[in-house]
Ligand binder design. Sequence first.
Ligand code: SF4
Length: 511
Amino acid sequence: MADMRKEREEREERAWEIARSFGEDVVPLFTVPGCADSEYVSAVARTKRLLERWSMDNVFRARLYEHPQEACDAYGIDIDPQNVRILWHEQEARQRKQDRANGLPTPQDSRSVRRYRSFIAEKLAFRDWMRDVKAGVSGRFGLWRLQQMHRCTLELGPAKSAGLVHATVAFELQKGCSVGCWFCGVGAEKLSAHFAYSPEHAALWRDTLDVCRDVIGDSVFNGFCYWASDPLDNPDYIHFITDFRRALGRYPQTTTAIPLRNEAKTREILDMVRDCAGEIQRFSILTLKMLDDVHSRFTPEELINVELLPLNRESGVPKANAGHARVKSPRGHAKTSDEQPQTIACMSGFLFNMVDRSVRMVTPCHASDRWPNGYRVLAQGHFDNAEQLRKLLIRLIDGAGHVVTHDTTVALNPCLVATTVTREGYDIASIWVKRTLVNFPAFAALDRLLRDGVHTAADVATRIEDETGTPLVDTFNILNELLRLGALDTEPAEAEPVVQRVGAVKAMDSA
Ligand code: SF4
């Protein structure tokens, strides 16, 4: 945990730098909450509230443009909207951006705007820190995860990819979800069972966390306790996250669509995390009425570190065409187009279901007929105790293909729309990004053989050596660089479905 402590200290330093870049009167409220007085906190919290209403309520949006102060007063938002106008007046914001790009003088942002922007910048830095955290994401698993991060940038685009934390673990404490959202991007089934915090289950849970930390590393602290499930469906959720904190050093992020079903419990969770610097919780807002209710039950200050996710129809935010959304389309709801990323999955690691004691090794991808829920399942298995889990995780990592071996069939990632051999090197491009590889004398031959898509790495290396005299080791190095960049096709072959791998893992378990 010493490395983690060091990384946390670095995070604080970085937060101060961010705050100072917005002005001497700005402090890192998110990362070091104690450094801001109550007036500071309140101003940021009320700006946040205005923007929540603005992003989810089209009637409010229209009123705000016409009569800003009246609109805020009518919705009980205690703020001078003109003071933060640049945050909600899209046309003016666009114009200012344009003026800046053209080198024209622009007015300085108000103190409230600078403080709010700094708060957001800190949260983005936190997200990046969660994704890039080094401690414990090393070795073979770290290599594999890094490949998935690069692959996602090629396949889903840099904007979407930057938002994925690639959590290393997620734990479902239920089977299914009681909420039943039509758009559920991970295809949650109906709630059928939960993992109760009995003495036997509590022991298995604590063992599971310990094994994850031992095998994967401290990075498992970026995990959470939901997936195709709502954490608050589990009556014992608080016990589980208390253990999580004890074992891994922080409370897992809670994202719930039912924060008001048991308000006392939600408040208890918010109280528990309040003293933990720089933590985000999230409420999914499914309807305008739910926004009204959340805003009336919780003050802006109570929700300063709770993000409200705009999932209601009036927000106009399109739903990812993944999971249930692939087969349902209620009138008036927007969905992402085919050109946009079709996934809400955000982990590259181990997805547990504690009810059936299963583990799946998963990573994001576009939703498709084969992967309708927007993530690939590379392999899976079951466990009944810590020892079985330890062996299972190690075997899943070993089988994940973190390097190109002699018998790896090497082919280009189908997301690549162009590959070009130039005088300088080898350009590969998806619709989103281009990468250039250099320092290899036989890119033309390599490109041709990769396009065939049927040769093993040993075959490719041998042919290139025969044709050009390039040493085998150089070809393996460049193939591994392509793998690292996510440029090789690593999707499990249809002919070798996950089910077979399951059998293999199970067989190994019982060995
Ligand atoms: S989106 Fe979340 S809350 Fe809604 S059904 Fe899926 S898992 Fe449940």
